[in-house]
Design a protein around this ligand. Structure first.
Ligand code: NDP
Ligand code: GDR
Length: 392
């Protein structure tokens, strides 16, 4: 039997990279669309790439863009995919207020372009389509927790574009009998999360403060609450949705919500820094109340820090200092205060359960950011000298 073919838009992103790994493990031939950029943007998938001249290559990249219909149509025609995962998007909510038209084009009309290409190419019976919908659709809280039945009330140009994408997917399913479905995914994070999303900004920023690379971390609304899962658990669900007997829409969430402040404290805990918050509004500050030396030793060892003493000394010097400050420039014109998902349908019909807890994920992110930034510190302080043992 020939291999199943999957086409992933947004393959260079957080989810695209984990999904590509999963589908390759499952024996798929994986095709991905990447944008032309002036610098390489394939860090997250470099480990999957094989020179196409080699044998048994199952991973292919195509240049493309969600704003270019002809390009998307040509790629779909060439690949003839069994499954399309439409993950490409301008995915940053705050940026969508700065670039509303582009966001509408890439995230909203981009989805239409994929659906219409499949229809025009006569692939409606062959190609299943997964649309990356989002908990941002719920926006202004109508109901808690939020399920497939909760009304939408989008609160950003991003969410409004994704609302169009959601409904055009439903419409093509109903109008043309296509297997086109929405996964309404709540926030999901990982060490591969973009550095400007709040969890990664916090794990990376606080790791850098501990190492002495930065002095402070500036955040926006500390009171927002999010239902955070791990991206690995969520891409598994994307695949499961397309294997289900009927095309339906699904909420994917952990059912636990956490305040941004609490995520700061949790990150601090894994770094051996006890953080307390004082003050209100723009004057609120996150202060290092004390350090947990045992935890600090543990995490520094995990990050292969060769001389932990100097970093422990530096951590002690942080006691009593405010390392988290509020900068109103990160406030959004309209905010989504509370997201908490109810994934009962996915659990009951598909047997899906998230496996990775928030604590496990935070620890993984903290360790990864500490490792990565320690390398920067070493380079900055010690320069780069090739040891003779290296042989090059
Ligand atoms: P990322 O921002 O990490 O990745 C987005 C991907 O889309 C990148 O590969 C990016 O390319 C690509 N992309 C952006 N614009 C275009 C364009 N015009 N043409 C082609 N490719 C483009 O997002 P995530 O992996 O976190 O999310 C995946 C999808 O799921 C997105 O659609 C997002 O909106 C949605 N979503 C995400 C959730 C989350 O919590 N992560 C929750 C719910 C939905 P490049 O690398 O070049 O920038
Ligand atoms: P979100 O994620 O908007 O939920 O969208 P993000 O991590 O950007 O924000 C979460 C919450 O944290 C608050 N916040 C800050 N956010 C950022 N980025 N930077 C800050 O400094 C900061 N301080 C506080 C925000 O105001 C917000 O309330 C993500 C994206 O992946 C979307 O593509 C996806 O659809 C949704 O999750 C589900």
């Amino acid at each position: 039997m020939s291999k199943k073919k999957a086409l992933i838009t947004g393959i260079t992103g957080q989810d695209g990279s984990y999904l590509a790994e999963l589908l390759l493990e499952k024996g798929y031939e994986v095709h991905g669309i990447k944008r032309r950029t002036s610098l390489f943007n394939t860090d997250r998938i470099d480990h999957l790439y094989k020179d196409p001249h080699e044998e048994d290559v199952n991973f292919f990249l195509h240049y493309g863009d969600m704003t270019d219909s002809m390009n998307l149509t040509r790629i779909i025609q060439e690949v003839q995919p069994d499954e399309i995962y439409n993950l490409a998007a301008q995915s940053h909510v705050a940026v969508s207020f700065e670039e509303p038209e582009y966001t509408a084009n890439a995230d909203g009309i981009g989805t239409l372009r994929i659906l219409e290409a499949v229809r025009l190419l006569g692939l409606t019976d062959k190609t299943k389509i997964y649309q990356a919908s989002t908990s941002e659709l719920y926006g202004l809280v109508q109901e808690v927790p939020q399920s497939e039945k909760t009304p939408f009330y989008p609160r950003s140009p991003y969410a409004v574009a994704k609302l169009y994408a959601y409904w055009i997917t439903v419409n093509y399913r109903e109008a043309y009998n296509m297997f086109a479905v929405n996964g309404i995914l709540f926030n999901h994070e990982s060490p591969r999360r973009g550095e400007t999303f709040v969890t990664r900004k916090i794990t990376r920023g606080m790791a850098r403060i501990l190492l002495g690379l930065d002095k402070k971390l500036y955040l926006g609304n500390l009171s927002a609450k999010r239902d955070w899962g791990h991206a690995k658990d969520y891409v598994r669900m994307m695949w499961m949705i397309l294997q289900y007997e009927k095309p339906e829409d699904w909420v994917i969430a952990t059912g636990r919500t956490t305040e941004i402040r609490e995520f700061v404290r949790l990150t601090g805990k894994y770094l051996g820094l006890n953080i307390k918050f004082e003050g209100e509004g723009v004057d609120e500050k996150g202060i290092v109340e004390g350090i947990n030396e045992e935890k600090l030793q543990e995490v520094l060892k995990e990050a292969n820090v060769s001389h932990p003493e100097s970093i422990i000394e530096h951590a002690k010097s942080l006691i009593g200092k405010d390392i988290i400050n509020v900068d109103p420039k990160y406030f959004r014109p309209t905010e989504v205060d509370l997201l908490l998902g109810d994934a009962t349908k996915a659990k009951e019909k598909l047997g899906w359960e998230p496996k990775i807890t928030l604590e496990e994920m935070t620890k993984e992110m903290v360790e990864s950011d500490l490792k990565e930034n320690y390398q920067e510190l070493v380079l900055k302080k010690c320069g780069f000298e090739v040891p003779s043992s290296c042989g090059i």
